[in-house]
Design a protein around this ligand. Structure first.
Ligand SMILES: C[S@@+](CC[C@H](N)C(=O)[O-])C[C@H]1O[C@@H](n2cnc3c(N)ncnc32)[C@H](O)[C@@H]1O
Length: 275
């Protein structure tokens, strides 16, 4: 018999001020999923709720049209598809995207994004593989994964291609990607992608500041790469800062470097690549 997992105390779930019964019910469902306490909001301010939950460093606030993550210090994160918007716009204008080239994506492919974040790259992949393809995402920080999952399903932009690609990204696991990869059959995806946080913070990545605050900064484990090579039929991709030693430290020599940009994608063969 397995023991019930301990309830998290670092997080609680609440609603916007003076919520409807429907909003309260939604918040309770999220609290259950995240194994965190539900704190009824009524007309209380957030400082008071943090005071009532002294171990909590963050709260998930269920608002009518979005989910908001808030830290005790008042820092926020909500879902927005900004980066995907810029990069997809470029693709639609006939431009190239290094991720799509490095992944060698084809319509109908199955892709696993093992470090989902804001899902900007997953959305690009979803566009590239089209309706016949599939893009699944794994996010280590459950509350972040829930915010992104909701955003992917509900945010409506003025760009139909972006909306369609967002809807096709499925968040399949909230937890460490090594656990998910171990549960996958050999060759169950064509491509597996990793984009762990860079040690070096790129100057123009201010949009990513909230993600950096709420995300998991663990290093990419060699075991995760080995599992990914089993699970991916064709390729495993690892993103890095172009001049960092990340890829060579992981033993990755094949790489696609952006000519003017700051990133590189390292490529490892998958289980059926024949390389
Ligand atoms: C640099 S961000 C990825 C950004 C993403 N490529 C995008 O386009 O928005 C890294 C993300 O991976 C998550 N992460 C880090 N380690 C992870 C792990 N072991 N398993 C799953 N997700 C992980 C972090 O919490 C963070 O959200």
């Amino acid at each position: 018999m397995s023991l019930p997992s301990l309830r998290r105390t670092d997080l609680f779930v609440t609603t916007a001020l003076e919520p409807s019964p429907e909003l309260e019910a939604r918040a309770q469902v999220f609290a259950e999923e995240l194994n965190a306490a539900y704190a009824p909001r009524g007309d209380e301010g957030m400082p008071r709720l943090f005071g009532d939950n002294p171990d909590a460093e963050r709260a998930l606030i269920v608002q009518t049209h979005r989910l908001l993550l808030l830290t005790r210090a008042g820092e926020e994160l909500f879902y927005h598809p900004n980066m995907a918007f810029l990069r997809l716009g470029n693709l639609l204008r006939g431009g190239r995207d290094l991720l799509i080239e490095a992944a060698d994506l084809r319509p109908g492919d199955r892709v696993l994004d093992a470090t989902l974040g804001y899902a900007a790259e997953a959305i690009l992949c979803a566009h590239a593989v089209g309706e016949a393809g599939q893009v699944d995402g794994v996010e280590a920080v459950p509350e972040l994964g829930v915010v992104v999952r909701e955003g992917l399903q509900t945010v409506v932009t003025e760009h139909r291609a972006l909306n369609a690609a967002m809807r096709r990204v499925r968040v399949v696991y909230l937890g460490h990607h090594i656990e998910y990869l171990r549960s996958c059959r050999t060759g169950s995806y064509d491509v597996v992608c990793f984009d762990p946080f860079f040690e070096e913070i790129l100057r123009d990545s201010e949009t990513f500041a909230p993600l950096r605050r709420f995300g998991n900064h663990g290093a990419l484990l060699p075991e995760a790469l080995t599992e990914a090579q089993r699970v991916a039929r064709r390729r495993v991709l690892v993103k890095s800062v172009r001049w960092a030693s990340t890829l060579s430290d992981l033993g990755i020599t094949r790489r696609y470097d952006s000519r003017s940009g700051k990133v590189a994608y390292g490529v490892l063969p998958g289980s059926e690549s024949g390389e």
